[in-house]
Design a protein around this ligand. Structure first.
Ligand code: GLY
Length: 340
């Protein structure tokens, strides 16, 4: 991921990948027709034809807890924006989730640095990047959106803004995050490679008025270079909402999501008639076509459309996402993905 090959090697790999993508597409279609879904594995658009409003969808099993908090807001006829903020705050405060907020795995120098973004039904957005010492970066992102003429604040400036707006400076390390860093230092010689910790929470909600908002928050790639910022605070990469069309959010290796502006792409694909599931799949296929090696990386998307359909897709089938609807309650789904 971090050592890119020469252009020539990349081009050869691209050609191989084009062939692979074709085979994968064909295989996916065939597998989709033949597969008998496991209880929580839905190989195709799980919500096709169902109009789910209100709705909350979020990434990973930790999204289940977050959904409950978001759902409470929606059940009181609250705004989707309040729901997504309240929802992901739960994950940010959970010390056992080592990829978001408090207790995130640190960068390779031992600093916890956080990224977050939020977007409402009017197209307003706010983000913080490389923020340290603040437990709920999503709420700082919202303050950036609502109290400044800017979209993003980063680093020391974001911290000063947070402190000026009543947030407390705190130590976000936990025994577990310290232990992970000590173990990593022994085994990785200061190289941020072979990492598998990027379980960002992205959340999308539709409220009872049919308005859509989204939030995305993360500790970023574990043991990254100091100063590294991922896709989560980049509007259009880790998160995008267009209230006329729908919303999308990403999780996984941010470098790939940033290079392909995955969430914006998904919303635009839905604008052109694709379902949330189809749009997420196309965004994953685009990443695999354009980015050498993307097929071996965890890249996952969730999406909703204005009609209340939802979907997800990934480079593999290891991704789970949580959906709360009136019909089915809070349900954990395993995402469809490319078969390898
Ligand atoms: N998707 C989170 C990150 O790469 O930072």
């Amino acid at each position: 991921m971090f050592n890119f090959k020469s252009n020539l090697e990349s081009e050869n790999k691209n050609n191989t990948m084009k062939r692979k993508t074709f085979l994968i597409r064909s295989f996916s279609t065939l597998a989709g027709m033949l597969a008998v879904p496991a209880p929580n594995l839905l190989a195709h658009n799980p919500s096709q034809g169902q109009k789910n409003k209100p709705l909350v969808i979020s990434t990973w099993p930790h999204g289940m807890e977050a959904n409950i908090a978001a759902w409470e807001v929606l059940m009181q006829n609250g705004r989707a924006l309040d729901a997504v903020e309240k929802g992901v705050r739960v994950t940010e405060l959970d010390p056992d989730v080592t990829s978001v907020g408090v207790g995130s795995n640190p960068d390779r120098d031992g600093n916890i640095t956080l990224d977050a973004s939020i977007m409402d039904e009017h197209g307003n957005c706010g983000a913080v990047a490389f923020l340290q010492h603040i437990k709920n970066p999503i709420s700082v992102a919202r303050e950036v959106m609502e109290k400044t003429p800017h979209v993003m604040l980063a680093g020391e400036g974001a911290l000063q803004f947070a402190l000026a707006n009543g947030f407390k400076k705190e130590d976000l390390h936990t025994d577990l995050s310290r232990q992970h860093w000590e173990e990593w230092k022994k085994s990785h010689e200061y190289e941020p490679i072979g990492l598998n910790n990027h379980d960002t929470i992205s959340m999308l909600a539709i409220d009872s008025k049919g308005d859509i908002s989204g939030a995305c928050t993360t500790g970023g790639l574990a043991f990254k270079y100091h100063g590294r910022v991922g896709d989560s605070p980049i509007i259009g990469a880790g998160l995008y909402v267009d209230n006329e069309i729908g919303g999308a959010g990403g999780t996984g290796v941010g470098e790939v999501v940033m290079k392909t502006l995955g969430s914006f792409l998904i919303v635009e694909l839905m604008r052109n008639g694709l379902s949330p599931y189809e749009a997420c799949r196309e965004a994953v296929m685009r990443a695999m076509k354009k980015i050498p090696g993307a097929e071996d990386l965890p890249i996952y998307y969730i999406a909703v459309n204005k009609q209340g359909e939802f979907g997800a897709y990934g480079t593999n089938r290891k991704f789970e996402y949580a959906v709360y609807t009136e019909n089915k309650g809070n349900t954990l789904y395993r995402s469809d993905g490319v078969l390898h």
